[in-house]
Write a protein that binds this ligand. Structure first.
Ligand SMILES: Cc1cc2nc3c(=O)[nH]c(=O)nc-3n(C[C@H](O)[C@H](O)[C@H](O)COP(=O)(O)OP(=O)(O)OC[C@H]3O[C@@H](n4cnc5c(N)ncnc54)[C@H](O)[C@@H]3O)c2cc1C
Length: 579
C-alpha cells in the first residue's frame, strides 16, 4: 500500500513554468505541486540575462518583429503561430510580473529598462534592438521569487523533495496520476488528479560541459516517454558560446548585450567575418559554430588551443558593476580572472533543450503527426516542445516561454478539471517503479552509476556536441547501448530508506540515458544542418526534406522509431539565415 493523495490538478516541477501554471490553477481548483527540489532552488533561479517582450520602452519595437526574430532564430523549424502568440502575449506577461512586484531595472524615467540580446532585431534584421527586460544579471532569481510568493499567497500545496518516477494512464490513455518517491522517508506515494502538468526542466547534464544544474536530468520527458509519449525534436540542443572555459558555468549573453566582444587568440573580433551586420549579437548557434571554426583553423587560445575569449575590458566599470555583477564574480571566483582588465577564457557549453514533450499552444501534450491530445496531460517550460524555439532558441525567450505557456497550460488544465471525471489509479505503486527501485537496492554488487554518468557525459561532449556526423553519432548510439546495458547492473552502497540520494541519482541517470538515446537517434536521422544541430557531413539546411519535426518513440524491445510532423508555417518564408 502507498499513501494516495487526491487533488484536482497536479504540477510536477516548481521552476518558473510549474509555478506559473500553479498560480493559474490554484485560482480555480485544488492544486498541488510536486518538486524534487525546494521551489526556489529550481534552475530558473540561475537565469541571468533577461526576459523579453516588445515593450518598446527605450526604442521602437513591435511584437511582429519579435515573432519574426523567433522564427528566423529557430532556423524556420519554429511553429510560426506559436511564435506569434508568444510575442503578442509577452507584453501582458511582463507587466503581470511587474504588478506582482518583480524588481526590474528601470530607465531614468521609471519604466522597465531593456537591453540588447542575440538575434533580437528591429525591422527584420536591420539592427539590434533593446527587447530584454532584466533585473541586473539575476532576472531568473527574481522571477522565481516573485512566482513563489504568489503561490504561497494562494496556499498552493507543495510536496518538496518528492521525485516523480512514473506517470499513470488509464485504459484509454488519459493521464490519471503519478507515482512519487519521498526522499526523506523512502516512501512511495500515489497522486491522483484530473489534470497533470509536467514542468520538470531540461537535461543538459548528459554533457560534461554544461551550464545546467545537477538536477537537470530530463525526468519529465523520460517518464512520459516510458509511458508511450513520443519526444519531439530531441536533436535540437543549444550550445551557448560563452561558458567559462573547462567548467561550462554560464556567462550570460547579457555581457555581449551590454557591448562585450568575442575574440580569438590573436585578439581578432572574428564575428565580424561570420555575421557582419550584428556581429557578436548573432544567435548562439552561429557564435558557437564560429568559435569551433576558429579553433579548428588554429586560432583558439589556452593550453589546448580550444578556447575563445570574452572581452568586456572596454565597458564602463559602472555598467559592469550595475548590470553584470554576478557573471564578473563568476570569472573571478572560478578562473581567477579580473574581467575589468583581462580577457575571460570561454568555450561553448550545453545550455538548453529545444526539444521535449510535444504540446500545443495550450500546453496539452499531443501524440503523433495528427497531434491528438492526451486527456489530462500537460507540459510547459523547458521540458516541453511547443515548438516555439524551433532549432535554436533566442536568449531571453525561455523565461518568456515559462510565463506565457506556463499560464496557458494552467488555464487549460483548470478547464479540463471542470469537464473531466476523476480517473482511476492503482492502489499500489506500479510494478515498473517497484522493480526499478528494488533491483538497485537488492543488488549486492555491480556497476557504479557515477562511472556510467561520467562516460555518458564525456562521450556526448566528444560525439554529439556543437559538431556532429554520421560517424560520431553512430558511435555514440553504440556507446549508449552499452551504457544502458551496464546501467541494468548498477548497485549502490546505501540501502537505507532515509534521504537515499544515491538511489535517486541512479534513477536520474536512467532518465538521462533515455533522453540521450532519443537525442542521438533523432540527430542521426536528421541529415542536414539547422540551428543548434550541425552535421559536418551535411553542412547545409535542407528544407526540401527536413522542414519537419522529428518524433521519437520507444518500442517495447528498447529500440526507437521515428515519425515526423510538418512545421506549422505562417507569414515568414524560409530564407537563408544571415545576420
Ligand atoms: C545558467 C542559466 C542561465 C539562463 N539564463 C536565461 C536567461 O537569462 N533568459 C532566459 O530566457 N533563459 C535563461 N536560461 C534558460 C531558462 O532559465 C530555463 O530554460 C528555464 O528556467 C527552465 O524553467 P522550467 O520551469 O522549465 O524548469 P526549472 O526551473 O529547471 O525547474 C524544474 C523543476 O522541476 C522539478 N523536477 C524535475 N524533475 C522532477 C521529478 N522527477 N519529480 C519532481 N520534480 C522534478 C525540479 O525540482 C524543479 O522545481 C538560463 C539557463 C541557465 C542554466
Amino acid at each position: 500500500m502507498a499513501t494516495t493523495h487526491t487533488y484536482d490538478a497536479l504540477v510536477i516541477g516548481a521552476g518558473g513554468a510549474g509555478m506559473r501554471a500553479a498560480i493559474e490553477l490554484s485560482d480555480q481548483v485544488r492544486t498541488a505541486v510536486i518538486s524534487k527540489l525546494y521551489p526556489t532552488r529550481s534552475h530558473t533561479g540561475a537565469a541571468q540575462g533577461g526576459v523579453c517582450a516588445a515593450l518598446g520602452n527605450t526604442e521602437e519595437d513591435h511584437a511582429e518583429w519579435h515573432a519574426f526574430d523567433t522564427v528566423k532564430g529557430g532556423d524556420y523549424l519554429t511553429d510560426q503561430p506559436a511564435a506569434q502568440l508568444m510575442a503578442e502575449e509577452a507584453i501582458d506577461a511582463i507587466y503581470q510580473l511587474e504588478r506582482w512586484g518583480l524588481p526590474f531595472n528601470r530607465t531614468p524615467d521609471g519604466r522597465i529598462d531593456q537591453r540588447r540580446f542575440g538575434g533580437h532585431t528591429a525591422e527584420h534584421g536591420e539592427r539590434p534592438v533593446r527587447r530584454a527586460c532584466y533585473a541586473a544579471d539575476r532576472t531568473g532569481h527574481m522571477i522565481l521569487q516573485t512566482l513563489y510568493q504568489q503561490c504561497v499567497k494562494r496556499d498552493v500545496r507543495f510536496f518538496n523533495e518528492f521525485y516523480c518516477l512514473d506517470l499513470l494512464r488509464d485504459a484509454h490513455g488519459a493521464a490519471t496520476g503519478v507515482v512519487a518517491y519521498e526522499l526523506a522517508t523512502g516512501e512511495l506515494h500515489i497522486f491522483r488528479a484530473k489534470s497533470i502538468v509536467f514542468a520538470t526542466g531540461g537535461y543538459g547534464r548528459m554533457f560534461s560541459v554544461t551550464s545546467n544544474a545537477h538536477a537537470l536530468t530530463g525526468d519529465g520527458p523520460a517518464v512520459a516517454w516510458r509511458r508511450g509519449v513520443p519526444l519531439e525534436d530531441m536533436e535540437m540542443f543549444q550550445f551557448h558560446p560563452t561558458g567559462l572555459a573547462k567548467l561550462g558555468v554560464l556567462l550570460s549573453e547579457a555581457a555581449r548585450g551590454e557591448g562585450g566582444i568575442v575574440r580569438n587568440k590573436d585578439g581578432e573580433r572574428f564575428m565580424e567575418r561570420y555575421a557582419p551586420t550584428i556581429k557578436d549579437l548573432a544567435p548562439r548557434d552561429m557564435v558557437s559554430r564560429a568559435i569551433y571554426q576558429e579553433i579548428k583553423e588554429g586560432r583558439g587560445g589556452g593550453p589546448n588551443g580550444d578556447w575563445a575569449y570574452l572581452d568586456i575590458t572596454h565597458l564602463d566599470p559602472k555598467v559592469i558593476e550595475e548590470k553584470l555583477p554576478d557573471i564578473t564574480e563568476f570569472a573571478r571566483v572560478y578562473l581567477k580572472v579580473e574581467p575589468t582588465n583581462e580577457l575571460v577564457p570561454i568555450q561553448p557549453t550545453a545550455h538548453y533543450a529545444m526539444g521535449g514533450i510535444p504540446t500545443d499552444v495550450d500546453g496539452r501534450v499531443v501524440e503523433g503527426a495528427a497531434e491528438t491530445p492526451i486527456p489530462g496531460l500537460y507540459a510547459a517550460g523547458e521540458c516541453a516542445c511547443v515548438s516555439v524555439h524551433g532549432a535554436n532558441r533566442l536568449g531571453t525567450n525561455s523565461l518568456l516561454d515559462l510565463v506565457v505557456f506556463g499560464r496557458r497550460a494552467g488555464v487549460d488544465a483548470a478547464r479540463h478539471v471542470k469537464e473531466a471525471p476523476l480517473g482511476d489509479v492503482p492502489e499500489r505503486p506500479t510494478e515498473r517503479t517497484l522493480s526499478m527501485l528494488n533491483a538497485v537496492l537488492e543488488r549486492a554488487e555491480g556497476e557504479n552509476a557515477a562511472d556510467i554518468r561520467k562516460e555518458l557525459q564525456a562521450n556526448m561532449f566528444d560525439l554529439a556536441f556543437v559538431v556532429r556526423s554520421e560517424e560520431s553519432l553512430s558511435k555514440m548510439e553504440t556507446i549508449i547501448g552499452e551504457l544502458q546495458e551496464r546501467f541494468g547492473r548498477v548497485a549502490i552502497s546505501d540501502k537505507g530508506a532515509l534521504y537515499n540520494t544515491d538511489l535517486m541519482e541512479t534513477v536520474e541517470l536512467g532518465f538521462l540515458l533515455d533522453c540521450a538515446q532519443a537525442l542521438v537517434v533523432s540527430a542521426r536521422a536528421r541529415t542536414e544542418s539547422r540551428g543548434g544541430h550541425y552535421r559536418d557531413d551535411h553542412p547545409l539546411r535542407d528544407d526540401a526534406n527536413w522542414l519537419k519535426h522529428t518524433l521519437a518513440s520507444r518500442n517495447d524491445d528498447g529500440s526507437i522509431s521515428l515519425d515526423f510532423k510538418p512545421v506549422k508555417m505562417g507569414p515568414y518564408v524560409p530564407m537563408e539565415r544571415k545576420y
